[in-house]
Design a protein around this ligand. Structure first.
Ligand SMILES: Cc1ncc(COP(=O)(O)O)c(CN[C@@H]2CONC2=O)c1O
Length: 474
C-alpha cells in the first residue's frame, strides 16, 4: 500500500521535531495510571480550577448573563444577580451587537480592547493605544502569532531563557526557526546575567544565525523569579543595542509572593527610560486570564500589546489574525472583566476583593510550604517561588541512579519523575522538558494543590525521595 499524505513519515518535519513536555511522557503515563484506578495528583500543569480553586463569582455572574440574555429580561433577575453584574452584562451587550454567538473583529471587540488599554494606562502610568492591542485565544495564540511574524526561516534566532516554558521552544521549532538559549543562574535565584546574553548572541551569530528577538518570562515559568527594575533596564538596553524585538511574557503579573520585587511591566520601564529608546525599541507584551487569581484557563482569554511596531506591520499581523476570523468571544469578555474588575463602591467589590485576596494569600503560603518541603529533602535544593505558579527543585541524582536511568533508556530526571509518579501518584514535569544545564536535574511541580493537602503531598514526596536516595546512593 503506497504511503499516504498524513502517514507519520510524510508529516511536516517541523511538526515531528517540536516537543511540549508539559503534556508529554509523564502526563501520558499519569493518565494511563489514572485509567487503571490510581489516584493521581496532576501538578504538571498550571491549571488552578482543575486542582479545586473556585472561580471568582463576579465574572461568572456576568458571563452567565451574557451567555443567556433572556435571564437579563427575566423580572426576577435581580433576586439572583447583583445590579452591577446585570449592568456589566448590558455593557457587554452594547459592545457585541450579535451577542456571544457572533464573530467579533479579528483583533477582538473594540470596547474590550479599550478596557485593556485603560488597564495598561492605569498600571503603567502611560497611555496605551487600543489599536495596538489584539485579543487572542489565550496568550499562547498571541505568542504563536508574533513568533510567526518574526521567524522567516532557520537562519532566524530567538533568544529564550533556559529553563523556559516550552511554548517557545515548540513554536520556534514548528516555525522552522532557531532557539538561541540564554541560561538563567540558579545559584543567583535564577537571575539573568547580561553577559550570558552577549555570549549567546555572539555564539549564534558565529554560526550564521540572525538573532531577531528576545523572550523574557516575568515572573518566570518554571523558575518563578521576578525581574528587578535594574534587570529590565539591562534587558531593554541590550535589545536596543542588538536591534532585537523584546517579547515580554507577563502572564503571571498578578502572581507575586514576595515584596522585594513587585511586578514591573517591561513597557513601564521602557517608557520610564524616555527617548530615544522608548520611541524606538520594539516590544510585544502578553497577558492572559489563565493565571493570576483568576485561573480561568479554559476560557481562552488573552491579549498582546505592541509598542513601537510600525502600522504596516500591525496591518500584516491583523491580516494573519483574520485568517482565524475571530478570537473566542466569551474569552474576550473574561479579559474585559479581568482588566476592569469591580471598583470600590460597587456592590460586588467587597466580595471580589475578599475572594481574590484569599486566593493570592493562599498561593503565597503554598509557595513557602512547597519550597520548605523540598529543601527539607535529601539531595534536593529549591529556590523560593517568588512568583508564577511553580516550584522547580534541583534533584541531585546519585551516579547509580543516572546509570539506572541510562539502562532504562530514560533521561535521568524523567526516570526520577516516573518513579515518583508510580510511588506517589504525584504527576510532575521533568526539568529536561524546560531545558537545564548539562548534568543538573530538576522537576517542575505546581504550587496549586489545596493548602490542606500540601503537607501530606510534601510528606509523600519526602518519603519517596528518601527511599530513592537510599536505593541509589553509595
Ligand atoms: C509563561 C507562559 N506563557 C503563556 C502561557 C499560556 O497561557 P494561555 O492559557 O493564556 O494560553 C503559559 C501557560 N502555562 C502552562 C499551562 O499550565 N502550565 C504551564 O506551564 C505560560 O506559563
Amino acid at each position: 500500500m503506497s504511503s499516504k499524505p498524513l502517514d507519520y513519515e510524510n508529516l511536516n518535519e517541523n511538526v515531528k521535531k517540536c516537543q511540549y513536555a508539559v503534556r508529554g511522557e509523564l502526563y501520558l503515563r499519569a493518565s494511563e495510571l489514572q485509567k487503571e484506578g490510581k489516584k493521581i495528583i496532576f501538578t504538571n500543569v498550571g491549571n488552578p480550577h482543575a486542582l479545586g480553586q473556585k472561580p471568582l463569582t463576579f465574572p461568572r455572574q456576568v458571563i452567565a448573563l451574557c451567555q443567556a440574555p433572556f435571564l437579563v429580561d427575566d423580572p426576577n433577575v435581580g433576586l439572583v444577580f447583583p445590579a452591577d453584574a446585570i449592568a456589566r452584562a448590558k455593557h457587554y451587550f452594547s459592545l457585541t451587537p450579535g451577542g456571544l454567538g457572533a464573530y467579533s473583529d479579528s483583533r477582538g471587540i473594540p470596547g474590550v480592547r479599550k478596557e485593556v488599554a485603560e488597564f495598561i494606562g492605569r498600571r503603567d502610568g502611560y497611555p496605551s493605544d487600543p489599536e495596538l492591542i489584539f485579543l487572542t485565544d489565550g496568550a499562547s495564540k498571541g505568542v504563536m502569532q508574533i513568533l510567526n511574524a518574526i521567524i522567516r526561516g532557520e537562519g532566524d534566532g530567538v533568544l529564550v531563557p533556559v529553563p523556559q516554558y516550552p511554548l517557545y521552544s515548540a513554536t520556534i521549532s514548528l516555525l522552522g526557526g532557531t532557539l538561541v538559549p540564554y541560561y538563567l543562574e540558579e545559584t543567583a535565584n535564577w537571575g539573568l546575567d547580561v553577559n550570558n546574553l552577549r555570549q549567546s548572541v555572539a555564539q549564534a551569530r558565529y554560526k550564521g544565525i540572525t538573532v531577531r528577538a528576545m523572550v523574557i518570562i516575568n515572573p518566570g515559568n518554571p523558575t518563578g523569579q521576578c525581574l528587578s527594575e535594574a534587570n529590565l533596564i539591562d534587558v531593554l538596553k541590550f535589545c536596543y543595542q542588538e536591534n532585537l524585538v523584546l517579547l515580554g511574557d507577563e502572564v503571571y503579573q498578578q502572581n507575586i509572593y514576595q515584596d522585594e520585587r513587585p511586578f514591573l511591566s517591561a513597557r513601564k520601564v521602557l517608557m520610564d527610560m524616555g527617548p530615544p529608546i522608548s520611541k524606538e525599541l520594539q516590544l510585544v507584551s502578553f497577558h492572559t486570564v489563565s493565571k493570576g487569581y483568576w485561573g480561568e484557563c479554559g476560557q481562552r482569554g488573552g491579549y498582546f500589546e505592541m509598542t513601537n511596531i510600525p502600522p504596516k506591520s500591525v496591518e500584516e499581523i491583523y491580516k494573519v489574525a483574520s485568517i482565524a476570523l475571530s478570537p473566542n468571544v466569551p474569552g474576550q469578555i473574561f479579559m474585559g472583566l479581568m482588566v476592569n474588575p469591580p471598583k470600590p463602591g460597587d456592590i460586588s467589590y467587597e466580595r471580589f476583593v475578599r475572594e481574590s485576596k484569599s486566593i493570592l494569600e493562599s498561593l503565597r503560603k503554598r509557595a513557602h510550604i512547597m519550597t520548605d518541603g523540598f529543601n527539607s529533602c535529601r539531595n534536593v535544593v529549591c529556590n523560593f517561588t517568588e512568583g508564577a505558579m511553580y516550584s522547580f527543585p534541583q534533584i541531585r541524582l546519585p551516579p547509580k541512579a543516572i546509570d539506572a536511568a541510562k539502562k532504562a533508556g530514560k533521561v535521568p530526571d524523567v526516570f526520577y519523575c516516573l518513579k515518583l509518579l508510580e510511588a506517589t501518584g504525584i504527576s510532575t514535569v521533568p526539568g529536561s522538558g524546560f531545558g537545564q544545564k548539562e548534568g543538573v536535574f530538576h522537576l517542575r511541580t505546581t504550587i496549586l494543590p489545596a493548602e490542606e493537602d500540601m503537607p501530606a503531598i510534601m510528606a509523600s514526596f519526602k518519603k519517596f525521595n528518601d527511599e530513592f536516595m537510599d536505593q541509589y546512593e553509595d
